[in-house]
Design a protein around this ligand. Structure first.
Ligand SMILES: [Zn+2]
Length: 429
């Protein structure tokens, strides 16, 4: 359910209100932009998923392993030590233990709500569940709202009068939590922060950033300068850094900092031996930018809308319900369709071929249904989120496939990568 998703227009409004986000989207369309190489990656390549919630979290990672002249870091050893520290912290602090209890309660009430709402129950048990089916049942969500408000009333009442709760385990859990005087929301967030960063440190140490660079074909130094740049314009914030010394192998000193420091400020020397330390840090991405990267449309669609707007090209977005992520543009040459598709970075020519087949299949289907509505399209682009110029042979083969060749000719379809966008926009102005 996309109840929380705002429209593309609203997203662009947010961007235009923020100077740093406007700067980000200007820079992403510059020639050979490193921002584009990194942030046009699929959201699951940019952000790691945290096991417990199965959802990518808006964090970026940086470490000095590859640019350091020291010997290889003994990652497993460090990871074990960090886990040990976290474990000790968790067992020592009743606050952190309470977090798990709160999570249990949230899930308990969430599931109970699902079970209590007739309409949600019907949806869950529906045989052929689909987006359309969901919309048909929930309409404008009014019935869901009334279900939720009566359920919330019940829960609030039972929490005020614990004797009303029948489940003995639940009752004792809530009683325990009620004893905690600190349980107000701002305080809760304070406590949640280290809990979250605990989950985020391991991708940092296991080399998430290096993998991202490899997938997108960029050097680690280039990635570092992007992190520094984003930090300078305050689009990312350092939430935690871990320093350790590999020289002092007998007993590795480990320091944890939650200060706001940029990568170039992270050159720390060991307090024991004076040698440079290894460092690994986690950055939280600006909330709006994080939402834009994680949104269903994908960052490429948002960036495309941004550059079309900026050049005064009017467009309709996701015109027909069954075709999402497509732009019908009003250009100087007539109506132009751009179908926008986010894929994971291709491993080989075969992956590129299947991405192309996929997007071409979609755009042809879409153009045929526009034709039926008497919308005359003069040309169209199938846009992918990586550089297609590296695969001329694959493109040639796919566009000449018997199932595509006719549609491509009639609708004048051209497959393009994100790098081709600025030049095309200039032509369409
Ligand atoms: Zn040392």
């Amino acid at each position: 359910m996309d109840m929380g998703e705002v429209s593309l227009t609203e997203k662009l409004e947010k961007v235009s209100q923020s100077p740093k986000l406007s700067l980000f989207f200007d820079e992403i369309w510059e020639e050979d932009s490193m921002l584009a190489k990194i942030f046009f990656a699929h959201r699951e390549e940019i952000f790691p998923s945290i096991e417990e919630i199965h959802q990518p979290m808006p964090y970026l990672f940086w470490n000095n392993f590859s640019i350091s002249t020291m010997r290889e870091p003994s990652l497993i050893e460090i990871k074990m030590k960090l886990d040990q520290i976290e474990l000790e912290k968790a067992s020592l602090s009743p606050d952190e233990k309470a977090l798990y209890d709160i999570r249990d309660l949230i899930f308990f009430y969430f599931v109970q709500f699902l079970r209590s709402s007739q309409i949600l129950k019907k949806l869950i048990e529906m045989r052929d569940f689909s987006f359309e089916g969901m919309k048909r049942e929930l309409k404008d969500y009014e019935s869901l709202k009334s279900d939720l408000s009566s359920y919330m009333k019940e829960v609030t009442e039972s929490l005020e009068q614990i004797s009303m709760i029948k489940d003995p385990v639940l009752k004792s859990r809530i009683n325990e939590l009620k004893k905690l005087r600190w349980l107000d929301f701002p305080r809760f967030l304070d406590i949640a922060k280290p809990y979250l960063s605990k989950m985020t440190l391991s991708p940092s140490i296991s080399g998430w950033a290096e993998e991202l660079c490899e997938k997108r074909g960029i050097e680690y130094e280039e990635y570092t300068s992007v992190i520094e740049h984003l930090f300078a314009i305050k689009l990312i914030n350092n939430i935690q850094s871990v320093f350790w010394c590999e020289n002092c192998r007998d007993e590795v000193p480990i320091f944890v900092s939650s200060s706001r420091i940029s990568p170039f400020q992270l050159r720390m020397k060991c307090l024991k031996c004076g040698k440079p330390m290894f460092v690994s840090s986690v950055y939280r991405v600006d909330e709006t930018l994080g939402d834009l990267i994680l949104c269903k449309d994908g960052l490429l669609a948002v960036a495309l809308a941004y550059i079309l707007n900026k050049n005064g090209i009017a467009y309709e977005y996701s015109i027909i319900n069954e075709f999402e992520k497509d732009f019908l543009c009003d250009t100087s040459e007539g109506k132009v369709v751009i179908e926008c598709k986010m894929n994971k970075s291709p491993k080989d020519a075969d992956t590129v071929r299947s991405h192309l087949q996929n997007v071409l299949g979609q755009i042809i289907k879409h153009l045929r249904s526009l034709e039926k509505r008497n919308v005359h399209v003069v040309k169209s682009y199938a846009l992918l989120n990586y550089d297609l110029n590296e695969y001329p042979d694959v493109i040639k083969k796919v566009v000449n496939q018997p199932n595509f060749i006719e549609g491509i000719k009639i609708f004048k379809i051209k497959p393009i990568g994100y790098k081709d966008v600025p030049a095309i926009v200039q032509k369409l102005k």
